[in-house]
Design a protein around this ligand. Structure first.
Ligand SMILES: NC(=O)c1ccc[n+]([C@@H]2O[C@H](COP(=O)([O-])OP(=O)(O)OC[C@H]3O[C@@H](n4cnc5c(N)ncnc54)[C@H](OP(=O)(O)O)[C@@H]3O)[C@@H](O)[C@H]2O)c1
Length: 299
C-alpha cells in the first residue's frame, strides 16, 4: 500500500511507520522538519514538508492523520488554543483540499480524535454512540472529526480514531510518570476515583492496521482497552510494576492552581469502552493494565 502519514515523527507515528514498513507498505511522512524523518527512519521513507507536493497525479491508497500539537503540556492561552486547533483541524482541511484535486482518491482515511470528545465529568461508560460534550477538548475533537468526515463525500472510507491514553515505555504518559514513580514519588491525583481509559501502543497499532485493512469498518472507533481503571488503581499498578511505593496524593487544589483550564483532564475522566472494535472482531493482546505495564517495552 502507498500510505501518507501525518504526525509520523511523533510517539505513536514513529512506531506506526515502522510497522507499515515492516509489512512492505511505501510510506510518505508529512513533517514540518523533513530532516527529522530521515534521521528517524533512514532513507526508506519519503519526507514531505508540505502538501504542495501532492499533485493531481499523486496516488495514495491510504492516509493516516495523526498530527497535533501536544494538548496538556502548555497553558491554553488564546494563541495556544489556535495552535491546537490549526495543527489538527487545519491540517485535516488541507488534506481534504489535496484529496479533492487528486485524480485518484485514497481508498481510506484514518483520522485522529480522542476520548476527550466525551468530556471529563461523567460516571456513565462511553461507547461510540454517546454524544460529544461541549468543553474545549470535546469541541476540538468534534470539529477535527467533522473535517475528516468531509472525505466521505469524495468516496473515501473514513475511520475516526477516538484515542485513549496510549501506553509504551518509549514516550507519552508512561515516560513522563516513570521518573517520579522510580523515585518513590508516584502519587494519585485528587481523590484518585476518576477513570483512566488507556491502551497499550502495540494494541493501538494493531487496531489501526485492522481498521486500515477491514474494508467494512467506517465511522468512529474508541481505541481504548476493554478494562479502564481508576486513577488510584493506575497509580498502584504502575508503582507495583516498578516495585516502588506510591503513598502520596497530589491534592486537587494544587492541580487546579497549576493547570487552570487543563486540570479537568487529569482530575476528571471517562470510562470509555471499545464497543465497535470488539464487535468488528478485534482482539486485544493487552486487555488488562497489569499485563500492559509488564510489557511496556513490547511493540
Ligand atoms: N499519545 C496519547 O496518549 C494520545 C491520546 C489521545 C490522542 N492522541 C492524539 O494522537 C496524535 C498523535 O499523538 P502522539 O502522542 O504521537 O503525539 P506527538 O508525539 O506529540 O506527535 C505529534 C505529531 O504531530 C505533528 N505536529 C505537532 N504540531 C504540529 C503542527 N503545528 N502542525 C503540523 N504537525 C504538527 C508532529 O510532526 P512534525 O514535528 O514532524 O511536524 C508530531 O509528529 C495527536 O494528534 C494526539 O493529540 C494521543
Amino acid at each position: 500500500m502507498r500510505v501518507l502519514v501525518t504526525g509520523g515523527t511523533g510517539f505513536i507515528g514513529r512506531a506506526l511507520v515502522r510497522r507499515l514498513r515492516a509489512r512492505g507498505d511505501a510510506v510518505t511522512v508529512l513533517s514540518r522538519n523533513p530532516a527529522s524523518v530521515a534521521a528517524v527512519f533512514g532513507n526508506g521513507v519519503t519526507a514531505w514538508r508540505d502538501l504542495a507536493e501532492w499533485t493531481p497525479e499523486t496516488a495514495f491508497d491510504a492516509v493516516i492523520n495523526l498530527a497535533g500539537e501536544p494538548i496538556v503540556d502548555r497553558p491554553w492561552t488564546a494563541a495556544r488554543k489556535r495552535a491546537l486547533r490549526d495543527s489538527r483541524i487545519g491540517v485535516t482541511e488541507r488534506l481534504l483540499q489535496a484529496m479533492r484535486q487528486s485524480r485518484q482518491k485514497p481508498a481510506v482515511l484514518l483520522s485522529g480524535s480522542a476520548i476527550g470528545i466525551y468530556g471529563n465529568d461523567g460516571a456513565d461508560p462511553a461507547t461510540e454512540s454517546m454524544a460529544a460534550a461541549d468543553d474545549f477538548g470535546a469541541v476540538l475533537c468534534a470539529d477535527w472529526e467533522r473535517a475528516a468526515r468531509a472525505a466521505e463525500s469524495l468516496g473515501v472510507r473514513v475511520c475516526l480514531l477516538r484515542t485513549g491514553l496510549v501506553l509504551h515505555g518509549d514516550g507519552g504518559l508512561l515516560k513522563k510518570m516513570q521518573l517520579p514513580f522510580a523515585l518513590g514519588l508516584g502519587s494519585r491525583l485528587g481523590d484518585g476515583r476518576q477513570p483512566m481509559s488507556w491502551i497499550h501502543r502495540g494494541d493501538y497499532l494493531d487496531a489501526l492496521l485492522f481498521l486500515l485493512d477491514e474494508h467494512g469498518c467506517r465511522g468512529a472507533y474508541n481505541l481504548t482497552a476493554p478494562a479502564p481503571v481508576s486513577n488510584r488503581e493506575f497509580t498502584e499498578t504502575l508503582a507495583r510494576s516498578l516495585k516502588r511505593p506510591a503513598l502520596l496524593a497530589t491534592p486537587a487544589w494544587v492541580l487546579r492552581a497549576a493547570l487552570g483550564q487543563r486540570a479537568p483532564m487529569l482530575l476528571g475522566g471517562r470510562r470509555v469502552l471499545p464497543e465497535r472494535l470488539l464487535a468488528a472482531g478485534f482482539r486485544f493482546r493487552f486487555p488488562e493494565l497489569t499485563d500492559a505495564l509488564a510489557h511496556a517495552e513490547s511493540d
